[in-house]
Design a protein around this ligand. Structure first.
Ligand SMILES: *[C@@H]1O[C@H](CO)[C@@H](O)[C@H](O)[C@H]1NC(C)=O
Length: 216
């Protein structure tokens, strides 16, 4: 942070927090019918992320709502205010906006703020890809490369390779056959700026586990 950033943060950060709370309330009110339908559908248990995303992402402020809910479930991740732009079975997109309180002294986004948002993209993908067969995921290694200064809005794009899609399908078959699963999924996240240039790359190893014998 520079002196200007400190001054800007002192003024803007409290306003940003208040705005966030107000937006969350409005998003909750608008999306109450969708959330109630989702809760009653019974899908929340086995396909939590997939069904929550399906229920609200096209609604007004739906993605803002999911982003805030995830920020509440994982407060440390929420501290950089990531925006969850896309959650699909094989790819996710998380955006991070440069703000004075996320800047380093070199006037770009702090390395670990980027890592935080990129890790979220990888974790959402690991969860989304494996939750339907009862997979539990935990991160065991994160490695991040920084290629250039990150400025403006950056996009953290996580995607499964075709080989990983097959790996996930085979894990699902094992789980459905009642066999235990204990495998690593190394998820690659490319972080791009608005000019589509790669600013950073993250690799996160997620261990996927299903205990055997109780899944149908
Ligand atoms: C973490 O993963 C990276 C690349 O994916 C690898 O190079 C590194 O050795 C791993 N670190 C540890 C401590 O295992």
């Amino acid at each position: 942070m520079t002196v200007t950033d400190v001054a800007a943060t002192a003024v803007l950060y409290p306003l940003f927090l208040v705005f966030g709370v107000l937006q969350f309330i409005v998003a909750l009110v608008i999306n109450t019918p969708a959330l109630v339908a989702w809760a009653l559908s019974g899908k929340a248990k086995r396909r939590f992320l997939e069904s929550l995303w399906g229920a609200v992402h096209k609604q007004p402020l739906g993605r803002e709502l999911i982003s805030t809910l995830m920020g509440i479930l994982s407060t440390y991740t929420g501290s950089v205010s990531p925006f969850i732009a896309q959650v699909d079975a094989t790819e996710t997109l998380v955006q991070l906006t440069e703000r004075p309180w996320l800047r380093n002294p070199f006037t770009s986004i702090h390395a670990l703020a980027i890592a935080n948002a990129a890790e979220l993209a990888s974790g959402l993908l690991a969860t989304r890809a494996t939750e339907h067969f009862g997979g539990r995921v935990i991160v065991t290694n994160i490695s991040v490369a920084y290629d250039r200064k990150a400025r403006g809005v950056i996009s953290c794009h996580a995607q499964l390779t075709p080989e990983q899609v097959r790996q996930v399908e085979s894990m699902a078959s094992s789980a459905q056959a009642g066999k235990p699963v204990d495998e690593s999924l190394v998820i690659q996240v490319n972080v791009l700026d608005s000019k589509k240039e790669i600013v950073s790359r993250l690799q996160a190893t997620w261990v996927v586990r299903v205990s055997g014998g109780k899944r149908a």
